[in-house]
Structures are given as structure tokens and as C-alpha cells.
Design a binder for this molecule. Sequence first.
Ligand code: FPP
Length: 224
Amino acid sequence: MNPLNHVAIIMDGNGRWGLKYRNSRNEGHKEGLKTVEIIIKSSIKNKIKFLTLYAFSTENWKRPKKEINYLFKLLENFLSRKLDDIHKQNIRIKVLGYKKFSKKLNFLLNFAEKKTIKNSKLQINLALNYGSKSELINAFKKIKRNKIKINEKNLEKNLQTNNIPDPDILIRTGNTKRLSNFLLWQLAYSEIFFEKKLWPAFTEKDYIKIIKEYKNVKRNFGRI
Ligand code: FPP
């Protein structure tokens, strides 16, 4: 059985769910947050050490301001409400991406990272204003600036995922089969699961089914 350390998720389908069931894209994001909480709990139960959630991409800035503001408010409220509980559960929060948000959200994210830095049960990587291409370009720039050799080890050290093992599983919900500029380097050997359900409709049962399937996959990493 394959060991499972790291699950990465593209939580797609909030907007469509919201329009279909609540006549509002933002309501879909709100409902999507409930799925986030379910998946965090289940990850702990399943002894997963790293959970990376694609919450806002560098391309998501192209969305209407109203939706962007709603998403950030949702995250702000989530952190304000849940940080103590997250900390008590020995969960670490880390942000992947550059924190270019409101003063309040930047503060909350920095605060959450610092407060939980020593926690070790589960590390949640929040990919926020994250884009894999710019992450790679910045890593190469740093390597060039420091005049060090270009090799896999040095590149990985300069990615925002430094010290985080590559994802074993990538899940994308929402019936779309693309990577959307997410962890392009890190996903090189991950097992990819495309899920038809929209993120707010994704359940713990669906998650467990994927975990079980993953555990029985023959992972060759190029060998036979
Ligand atoms: C993609 O669905 C989802 C997002 C861009 C935001 C994800 C945010 C959440 C699940 C809530 C907040 C998260 C955290 C971690 C606190 P979409 O809007 O692109 O859906 P669509 O494809 O149906 O339009």
C-alpha cells in the first residue's frame, strides 16, 4: 500500500454550485468553505501530514471585484473564528503565494503562520495569490542571483514549497481536467484524480474513496 503524506486539491466548482442552488456564486464559496472544514478533519483522521488547498490563483484577480472581496472576507472570518481551534488541534498554517492582500488579511495570515509554526499534526498550505509559473521564474532568478548551480535540489530549495514533500495525490473537483498553473513542478509524479462533483458537493466519502484508490495504485516513478 502506498504511504500517503500530502494531498493537494484544486477546489473547483463553487461558482457553478452557488448559481445552481442559491442563485449566487458567492454562496457557492461560502458552501465550499464547509467542504474545506470536512476535508481538514478527514485528513487528520487519515493521518495525512500535508494538505495543500488552491484557494486563490494569480489568475483569479481577473474576477469581478465583488467576488474577490467576498472570498477574502470569507478567509478573514475563517481565520478570525477558527485560528485558536486550529492551533489547539496542532495544525500548522502556511501560505504559498505572495501576500498582497488588505492590511488586515496580510496581518491575519502572518499571525496564523507565526502562531502555528511549531505545530506538527497536519500542515495546511493555503495557496493564495499563487501561480506556479511565477514561482518557478522567481526560483530561477534567486539561483542566478546567488550564483549557484542549477539542479533539481537547488531549484526545489528555492520554491515556495521548500521543505514540503511533493503531493502524492492531486484532486481536482468540478468536472474539469486541467492544472490551472498549480504546482507544475511538484506534481510531476503525483497521482491525479479528476472528480466530477462540484467542490461544495464533495463529501468525506468521496475523499476516502480517492484515498483508498490511491493506496492501491502501482507507483513506478519511471521504473517497471
Ligand atoms: C474555484 O471555484 C474556487 C475558488 C477560486 C475559491 C476557493 C475558495 C474556497 C473553497 C473557500 C475559502 C477557502 C479557504 C481555504 C478558507 P470557481 O469559483 O472557479 O467555480 P466555477 O468553476 O464553478 O466558477
